[in-house]
Design a protein. Structure first.
Lengths: 333, 188
């Protein structure tokens, strides 16, 4: 009986998580277009629903009913596989991500995470690494020069930026003495990691921007020179898959930044429910992503690589060394 | 000395991403500024200045008689040949147009017909919404031209308006003088 309840709870949590991740891009596209509009002194979508609130629904219906076109020369199997490969990893990663300690419903304690892995951080990076396959296959299978160039750029970018991203979190792991995201958040109950690891936060956030392929690092889908990058040839629901995965990664990077550096659900000053604190912090970072997009221009490709290898990588290495030396000399804070 | 200090200050600023912060602050300020776009056609529209060359209309004299003497000068001067006039003579021996058609689909709204008219019978007014499902509807006859509103006395502003698609695509408005949009978009 207990086993059945536990199993049912896990299934419910997974279904709930998938539903949230599939539905969240809808309001996010609306927010992004509204913020874009107002930053450019426009109003954004206004005609579908109150202030265009139903615009994402209309867009979704449009994408669902559009022709699902596959180019004649495309590799059909890879072409169909790529959107799923791009969509699955960001969803899988959230299995290891905690959203809070636990809440009690009807007398039973329900933990706000699907699983508390002791190697959660490793799992997260391993699974994000798979995401690049969707991009490579999508670009290659479409048999279009724009798509191939876009996917080449994307995989070079993602592989280069995963290294500083991985190094940047080592300082956090050293402080928490654990790779479990839950323990990392618990270790930040008094002081957030961003105080001890400002450089680590900076490197992680910039690498996260690059990983999510957002401006100023959206070389992969530079509209001006590549059409739309690796998903140039995609249409209809397959294109929607790529869009959902893009927003899921934005969300994932925001969640990771909050968990690793901004204390997760630990609040300061204002006593709010932990889950609300968590949501507020994540919302701020998602907004930051959108804000950056409509403020900064795009980097040139060589600049992108130079930032990744010549700035972020040495910075993250120095961060590890300094953190280690301080931990050895002064001891854990 | 102070120049070197400035340079050091600039470098320190760059170290703390002062330039990026400036850019972010600018876009954040713009986000809460007033949009410059007009909510056309749902809520407001641009009302042109009185001198604007919009719809054509024919005028009547004091007795209610049509002013046009069917001299066909407008048809001659029209650069796109869109006016067709067929004259007739009434019982008093005066010339009037039996047929006066303007093909607004071809018209370029240059206003030369207004300038050429010796009887001050044709002029261009303020309306500019001519969208139609058929180009045949854009050929406007004599009686329709006579029924159209004349020159506007006011204009040059944004007025509250409402889209009306029941009978015809027209953006209706009751106001004659709106707010000055140009002053509205100016940022200091």
């Amino acid at each position: 009986m207990e086993l059945a309840v536990a199993l049912g709870l896990i299934v419910f949590k997974v279904a709930f998580l998938i539903a949230i991740l599939l539905l969240l891009p809808l309001p996010l596209t609306w927010v992004e277009r509204k913020v874009a509009g107002h930053m450019q002194q426009r109003m954004g979508p206004m005609r579908v629903g109150w202030h265009g609130l139903l615009q994402p629904v209309a867009d979704g219906i449009k994408l669902l009913t559009k022709e699902d076109h596959i180019p004649a020369e495309a590799d059909r199997f890879l072409f169909k596989l790529a959107p799923i490969l791009a969509l699955a990893p960001p969803f899988v990663v959230f299995v290891a991500v905690p959203f809070g300690e636990s809440i009690s419903v009807l007398g039973t304690e329900i933990t706000l995470y699907v699983s508390n892995m002791n190697v959660a951080l490793l799992f997260v990076f391993a699974v994000i690494g798979i995401e690049v396959y969707g991009v490579i296959f999508g670009g290659w299978a479409a048999n279009s020069k724009y798509a191939v160039l876009g996917s080449l750029r994307t995989c070079a970018q993602m592989i280069s930026y995963e290294i500083p991203m991985g190094f940047a979190v080592i300082g956090v792991v050293m402080l928490a003495q654990s790779m479990s995201l839950l323990d990392i958040v618990r270790a930040q109950a008094d002081v957030w990691n961003v105080v001890y690891q400002p450089v680590g936060f900076f490197v992680f956030f910039v690498a996260g921007l690059a990983e999510a392929q957002r401006i100023p690092f959206d070389l992969a889908e530079a509209e001006g020179d590549l059409g739309a990058g690796f998903h140039t040839e995609y249409s209809g629901i397959r294109f929607a898959f790529f869009m959902v995965s893009e927003y899921a990664i934005v969300l994932l990077v925001s969640v990771l930044v909050v968990i690793l550096f901004f204390g997760g659900w630990n609040g300061v000053l204002v006593p709010l429910p932990p889950l609300l604190w968590f949501v507020l912090k994540v919302a701020f970072f998602v907004y930051l992503f959108i804000w950056f997009r409509f403020t900064f221009p795009r980097y040139r490709y060589d600049q992108l690589m130079a930032i990744g290898w010549k700035v972020l990588l040495p910075l993250s290495m120095a961060n590890i060394i300094i953190t280690g030396v301080l931990l050895g000399a002064v001891g854990a804070p | 000395m102070s120049r070197a200090k400035d340079r050091v200050g600039t470098w320190i600023g760059w170290g703390f991403f002062a330039d990026l912060a400036n850019g972010l602050a600018l876009t954040f300020g713009y986000m809460f500024s007033r949009p410059v776009t007009m909510q056309y056609p749902d809520q407001e529209k641009w009302l042109p200045y009185p001198r604007y060359r919009g719809h054509h209309f024919l005028k009547r004299d004091e007795e209610g008689e049509i002013k046009c003497v069917a001299c066909e000068l407008c048809a001659r001067i029209c650069p796109c040949d869109c006016i067709e006039v067929v004259p007739y003579e009434d019982e008093n021996g005066k010339r009037h147009p039996a047929k006066f058609e303007i093909d607004t689909a071809r018209c370029l709204f240059c206003g030369l017909c207004e300038d050429a008219c010796p009887a001050d019978a044709i002029a261009l007014g303020q309306q500019y919404e001519f969208s139609s499902f058929s180009s045949r509807d854009l050929v406007i006859g004599r009686d329709d031209l006579l029924a159209k509103p004349g020159k506007a006395a006011t204009g040059g502003g944004v007025v509250a308006a409402r889209l009306d698609t029941k009978k015809d695509v027209r953006v209706e408005t009751k106001e004659t003088q709106g707010y000055n949009w140009w002053r509205n978009i100016r940022r200091t």
